[in-house]
Design a protein. Structure first.
Length: 452
């Protein structure tokens, strides 16, 4: 048995991913470790297969042999995804950069880029193999022994093996034998210096599917969450560097590939709302929408505001096309002076403030929203009493400091003319805009935020 002084440090070599620069930032190590075993987990449709393919293609482009074991999809499906998503994205990346105005020079540059792209794809096709002959986790060790290990095996030069997915054939999470065979597969691959990426499922509660021993048996856990178009990536276990419990936020681009999002940090938003017609009738509404840390559940932190009403508003906002903010964490601040009660006219400004923080697009300074939202996203018209309260709250008065800050007002289209008329005498400089639905408000603020 060796003494402590006789044991050498294990130095890990890494296979870098030149076209996925954010991977090193997310995983806190340079690339895929030689002999490293990675568990890539996440919900259906979250982008696990896409991320695995992006890694596989990038390594194959560098001359590394990659073996993709597909337990769910056919090889033709995998090939289609590579050719219709990954390759076009790589071509676009390769073609980025300034081009001079000389048309002949432009043609030469374009031809060279096309030639480089073609040779890159040919190299990937040469180094990327797909196999769907593995029937279950239990068959993985035998496949590794016959097809990979040994100098004469068909895939003896594989640097990375991807198994997608380990529960693809309906393995029960309580079954011990299949997972024990999977652990044998991991150990044998590691001993031969082959990196492994295991694509795995999660339970309905978001936990990694399978026994607890699964997480203990891998070197690095990559946990991909789904929050609308955003894909927060966590690394809750990492033997090659620090863990990451704060998300690195990725986003699906128009081709369905993952890239680093501009939503690096949560950004608070602010707007104005109508409480009543008194001196404190105009209130400031602030919201901060952010991704929860790994292991934390989504939640609402909103002092002085009714939680049930906020939960209802979150549901209404989530019913917008391509929007789902139900899986996020909210910090909402709307101080109600003098302990006054919540008013339904605050529905619209609260919803818009949350959307502003999510989109990370500011609401123009001096904007006030007033209106109740129903369950169908409709902005209900202000009653005659509320229209008078709005005009009173915005009237010039030293006791109404926030009133002087308001420059534009958004209300239901059914009462916009009356509000405009009421404000015309005291505040003619205030622009009044009518809305029918919450989606109208989003389009008015950020026309490109919601797809038609």
């Amino acid at each position: 048995m060796p003494k402590l002084s006789e044991i050498a440090y294990e130095r890990h070599g890494f296979m870098k991913l030149p076209r996925i620069p954010w991977f090193a930032e997310a995983a806190n190590h340079e690339g895929i470790a030689h002999g490293g075993v990675y568990l890539l987990s996440g919900p259906p449709g979250g982008g696990k297969t896409t991320l695995a393919l992006q890694i596989a293609v990038d390594l194959a482009s560098c001359g590394r042999k990659v073996l993709y074991l597909s337990l769910e999809q056919s090889p033709s499906d995998i090939k289609h995804k590579v050719e219709k998503q990954i390759f076009p994205r790589r071509r676009r990346d390769a073609g980025a950069g300034p081009v001079t105005s000389n048309s002949m020079h432009d043609g030469v540059v374009a031809a060279k880029r096309l030639q480089r792209s073609g040779s890159d794809e040919a190299r990937i096709e040469e180094n990327f193999s797909i196999d769907d002959s593995v029937s279950s986790m239990e068959a993985l060790p035998d496949f590794l022994a016959r097809q990979v290990l040994g100098g004469s095996s068909p895939h003896s030069d594989a640097a990375l093996i991807i198994v997608d997915s380990i529960q693809g054939l309906g393995t029960a999470p309580t079954s011990s034998k299949p997972y024990q065979r999977l652990f044998d597969f991991n150990r044998w691959a590691k001993e031969d210096g082959i990196a492994v990426i295991l694509v795995g499922h999660v339970t309905k509660g978001g936990a990694i599917a399978g026994p607890r021993s699964l997480e203990h048996n891998v070197d690095c856990v990559l946990y991909l969450r789904k929050a609308m178009r955003l894909r927060p990536l966590f690394v809750p276990k990492n033997r090659f560097g620090p863990e990451r419990h704060e998300p690195l936020t990725l986003v699906m681009d128009d081709l369905g590939c993952l890239e680093k999002s501009k939503h690096v940090r949560a950004r608070a938003s602010q707007t104005f709302g109508l409480l009543d017609g008194g001196p404190g009738g105009i209130v400031e509404v602030q919201a901060l929408v952010k991704l929860p840390k790994y292991g934390d559940k989504p939640g609402i932190k909103a002092p002085y505001l009714p939680r049930q009403k906020l939960s209802q508003l979150i549901g209404i906002v989530s019913s917008l096309h391509e929007i789902d903010i139900s899986d996020l964490t909210f910090e909402v601040n709307c101080a109600l002076p003098g302990g006054r009660q919540y008013r339904e006219t605050l529905d619209l400004p609260l919803a818009m403030s949350m959307l502003s923080s999510y989109f990370q697009r500011q609401i123009p300074e001096g904007t006030l929203f007033a209106g109740e939202l129903d369950l169908f996203q409709n902005v209900r018209p202000l009653s005659s009493g509320w229209r008078g309260a709005l005009a009173d709250a915005l009237s010039p008065d030293p006791d109404r400091p926030l009133a002087h800050c308001v420059r534009r007002v958004y209300v239901s289209g059914e009462c916009a003319d009356e509000v405009r008329l009421a404000l015309g005498e005291s505040r003619p400089e205030v622009d009044v805009h009518g809305l029918a639905t919450l989606e109208d408000a989003v389009k008015a603020m950020w026309p490109d935020a919601v797809e038609p």
